[in-house]
Write a protein of this length. Structure first.
Lengths: 580, 318
């Protein structure tokens, strides 16, 4: 990766002006370059031509209140582009410094189609405008929202705003804002030979698996265009990260991809631990991996059952939820919680494994393969399911990369890319497992990949079971939480440190770090900025469901309403993961 | 038969089948629950049987809402059609020797005519609701009707050839030696598939498809008007099961240790169970797939069946 960084840096220096680049050192070691506003489009274009084919993330930062930014270019705001090259297995982070209250910069939607929603989100959250964006509107907040939530002056809590009042005019205005006007959504009401029907699916609809709204433009039952409206599940998770301490933010991460449970903890903590420079003991790593893989199976089981139900098969969901319940029994015995166990801590996990955990896990490992085979026979080998999913919602590998697809959706296009293998974290390099792939990139192949992934997860769990290392379940480091209490009763300094670390939480050293985790639905990243405080200065959560949902209109055009359900089911998103 | 006897039979048939239809609420929910590793309704009364009463009472007391945007009279009229047309079909079914309402010599044709009227309910109900989901449901209902109606009638012609009658009592009598299911296996399978489509049950509940159209054509219905669709569906299941038994499984025929009418109902319940089992196990095809399946596969198949049956019948005659 070092050589890849150097290569691309030399290339960039050749094509840009002398002082145009400013390199920043970050705790995660990713190549981070500050680029001038005028150069950003050409730089992104240049990188795209040099194998950086995927726009992994795009986010904004309000730099105005940041402490310890002496080394950085002057900026009131900055916009961060994160590009990924599958060829070099390398990230590159570009930052654009912006000055002024409501700055603007050129849009890159012409280069990367998935920049569309990211730029809208930045506009929504910071008020930063993108020139040349085709449809720059709010994305997550209601259209009538006042202010831009992630700006530092925007209050984080309702109690800071004053009591809510809904007077008549405001109610009328809000209701008027909800009126559906096809033109505002960029849709035509009729073509040369047909009037279109607009079908409003959601936010309350059994097929959307949560509060998602999709407006369909229909010609008969054929989908001409589809526009998803998201944001109904937006809870301001990124804003909360700026208020909670490093430790107390962990439970919030559980609820991002709420089917992934501790997988979110891991993603967040990997970034925190990079900043703090904590090395995790082996036992803690293996416990983490085991729980994560249990949650991966759990999440895939929920997907499997609901996917079958979307296609009209009513029974599998009950069998799969029963099996999921068995997994929850194991998780509950270890963590005490079920869906949101909030079990990982900075530096390790909350407690050691309980006595008898191995019997529980072994029972599960022995029972599950037969069950999984049964589920597979019941659903994926059913010819009606095949008829409903084969050749539906197809995208090619190039399209997948262009739209930022990760996870099973990418592997279904025949590309064996798994971050657990390619950029191992938390000791995944020590495990023996395969990356399942399929070839056609349709709904059926995405399903096949997920089912095979459950088998691979089971292999990993079995290895955890057979090779659980002994040792500490938490690192011996002053910044871990809860703080180490061993010598507190002996000397006053330790007692004070312990007291401060419990009451305020640890102070994480200043810096920037990003994790990249192969979560249940794709790559999840937490990009954390510390300016040396008890909470993060900026918490950016890159979720896989967000780009996946953005791609849905593109892959559902020309299919029917019934196919849309297959597509939505096979994409496997969680609304909380989209909206955060 | 006297006039009084006729009236008793009519009332008896009405009473029995309306009760069976209502009882199926419980049967279906318990059976589905059993197959899905659940308990199902088990609280009201012994084995939860009183759920039937509770459900019916609930339907009666629900607000009978007519949406202001709906076409009022058509909206009210639509649910009645399905119940009326299905009940009319029961007229020609012989439950046992002598126990039938009308001994029509075109009984089978009467059944086909009546059962195909049921689709008006879906089309009119979906149209009158003035709701886009209902409209899509109605459109699908209409296209589905085009898919199954053709091969449904043709699948029964083999039976007619073999028994040389459209009269159902005579068809049953013709199965004294061997049930027609053994002589007409293809006809039976195709008729049963058509019957599934006719009753709009999974896998062919395409006009209703709860996961995409929510409830499709009856999305706007509530209270007893919804109840009519509900009961119409169960009556439809019973009707198709009863017809399958009559046409292919020897109707009331069976060993003498049980009375004929008991044999008839036992066989019917097996098919009702099969309907529910199919719902528990199969996913739903897309409506265009059903059309394709109907026209490209089942229609040629049923025509070949007819040809072969005719040829063999002629050959046997000589």
């Amino acid at each position: 990766m070092q050589t890849a960084d150097n290569n691309i840096l030399t290339l960039l220096q050749q094509c840009l002006a002398q002082d145009a680049l400013h390199q920043q050192n970050t705790a995660d070691g990713l190549l981070t370059l500050w680029v001038r506003k005028a150069d950003i489009v050409s730089t992104v274009q240049f990188l795209q031509q040099n194998a950086y084919l995927s726009l992994y993330d795009l986010c904004g930062i309000d730099e105005r209140d940041r402490a310890r930014k002496e080394q950085l270019p002057v900026a009131d705001f900055s916009v961060v582009y994160l590009l990924f090259s599958f060829k070099d297995n390398n990230f590159i982070r570009l930052k654009v410094p912006l000055t002024g209250e409501y700055p603007s910069l050129p849009s890159i939607t012409a280069i990367f189609p998935n920049a569309n929603w990211y730029e809208r989100e930045i506009y929504d959250m910071f008020g930063i405008r993108f020139d040349g964006h085709p449809h720059l509107q709010r994305l997550l907040m209601p259209q009538s929202w006042q202010g831009h939530p992630l700006r530092k002056e925007h209050p984080a809590r309702a109690t800071e705003i004053g009591p809510f009042r809904l007077w008549d005019e405001k109610q009328d205005a809000e209701q008027e804002a909800l009126r559906f006007k096809p033109e505002e959504w960029g849709m035509q009401t009729h073509s040369d030979d047909a009037d279109f029907m607009f079908l409003n699916i959601g936010p309350q609809h059994p097929g959307t698996h949560g509060v998602l709204r999709i407006i369909l433009q229909l010609d008969g039952e054929e989908i001409v265009d589809a526009v998803p409206e998201i944001g109904f599940h937006h809870r301001g998770a990124e804003k909360m990260g700026e208020r909670q301490s490093w430790h107390t933010y962990i439970p919030y991460t559980d609820r991002i991809d709420y089917l992934g449970g501790v997988m979110n903890n891991l993603s967040y903590l990997l970034a925190v631990e990079q900043l703090a420079g904590i090395t995790i003991p082996d036992r803690a790593q293996v416990i983490r991996v085991m729980l994560c893989e249990l949650f991966r199976i759990n999440s895939h089981l929920v997907w499997f059952g609901t996917f079958a139900q979307d296609l009209g098969q009513l029974s599998p969901v009950f069998y799969m939820f029963t099996e999921r319940e068995k997994i929850f029994d194991v998780i509950e015995a270890v963590c005490g919680g079920r869906m949101h166990p909030n079990w990982f801590r900075i530096g390790g996990v909350a407690q050691d494994l309980p006595n008898g955990w191995d019997t529980l896990v072994r029972d599960f490992v022995n029972r599950f393969p037969a069950k999984l085979k049964e589920f597979n026979d019941m659903v994926l080998r059913n010819s009606l399911i095949k008829a409903r999913t084969k050749g539906i919602g197809v995208y090619t590998l190039e399209e997948a990369i262009e739209w930022g697809v990760t996870g099973p959706g990418l592997r279904a296009c025949g590309f064996d890319w798994d971050f657990r293998k390619k950029r191992p974290y938390s000791g995944y390099e020590m495990f023996d497992f395969d990356i399942p792939i399929a070839q056609h990139g349709d709904c059926y192949d995405r399903s096949v990949v997920r089912v095979e992934e459950m088998r691979q997860s089971l292999r990993i769990i079995e290895q955890c079971l057979n090779n659980m290392p002994s040792g500490n379940y938490k690192a011996d480091h002053p910044l871990t939480t809860p703080p180490i209490k061993k010598h507190t009763m002996q000397d006053i300094e330790t007692l004070i440190t312990h007291f401060l670390n419990v009451s305020w939480g640890p102070v994480i050293p200043p810096g920037e770090a990003m994790s990249c985790v192969e979560a249940t639905k794709g790559a999840t990243s937490y990009y954390l900025i510390s300016d040396g405080n008890t909470s993060s200065y900026r918490t950016r959560i890159r979720t896989p469901s967000f780009p996946h949902m953005q791609m849905v209109p593109y892959i559902s055009k020309g299919y029917t309403v019934a196919d849309l359900l297959s597509i939505l089911g096979s994409v496997d998103y969680v609304l909380a993961d989209i909206d955060r | 038969m006297t006039v009084m006897q006729h009236i008793w039979i009519v009332l008896g048939v009405l009473f029995v089948f309306l009760n069976i239809a209502a009882g199926l609420i419980w049967v279906e929910r318990r059976l589905l629950a059993m197959w899905q590793d659940r308990l199902g309704p088990n609280r009201a009364g012994p084995l939860g049987l009183m759920i039937v009463l509770a459900d019916t009472l609930k339907l009666f007391f629900k607000e009978d809402w007519i949406p202001p945007f709906a076409d009022k009279w058509v909206f009210i009229f639509a649910p009645a059609i399905v119940v009326a047309s299905v009940l009319m079909s029961f007229v020609i079914i012989p439950f046992a020797p002598g126990i039938l309402v009308a001994d029509l010599n075109v009984g089978l044709l009467f059944f086909l005519a009546m059962s195909s009227l049921g689709v008006y309910s879906i089309v009119l109900g979906g149209w009158a609701s003035n709701n886009k989901y209902s409209l899509l449901g109605a459109l699908r209902g209409a296209s589905q009707m085009i898919a199954y109606e053709v091969f449904m009638g043709l699948s029964l012609m083999g039976v007619v050839m073999l028994s040389r009658s459209f009269n159902l009592a005579e068809i049953v009598a013709a199965q004294e030696k061997v049930w027609f299911v053994f002589l007409q296996p293809v006809g039976f399978v195709i008729f049963f598939i058509a019957g599934l489509a006719e009753t709009h049950r999974l896998p062919f509940d395409i006009p209703e498809s709860e996961s995409e159209l929510i409830a499709g054509f009856h999305a706007e219905y509530s209270g007893m008007k919804f109840g009519m669709f509900f009961i119409g569906e169960y009556l439809g299941i019973t009707l198709i099961s009863a017809m399958t038994v009559t046409l292919f499984f020897g109707g009331w025929l069976g060993p003498a240790f049980l009375p004929p009418v008991v044999w008839f109902f036992l066989k019917t319940f097996v098919f009702i169970g099969l309907f529910i089992l199919l719902r528990a196990s199969l996913p739903r095809p897309r409506y265009d797939q059903l059309l394709e399946y109907g026209w490209k596969l089942l229609l040629p198949l049923v025509l070949v069946n007819l040809l072969v049956t005719g040829a063999i019948a002629l050959w046997m005659k000589h």
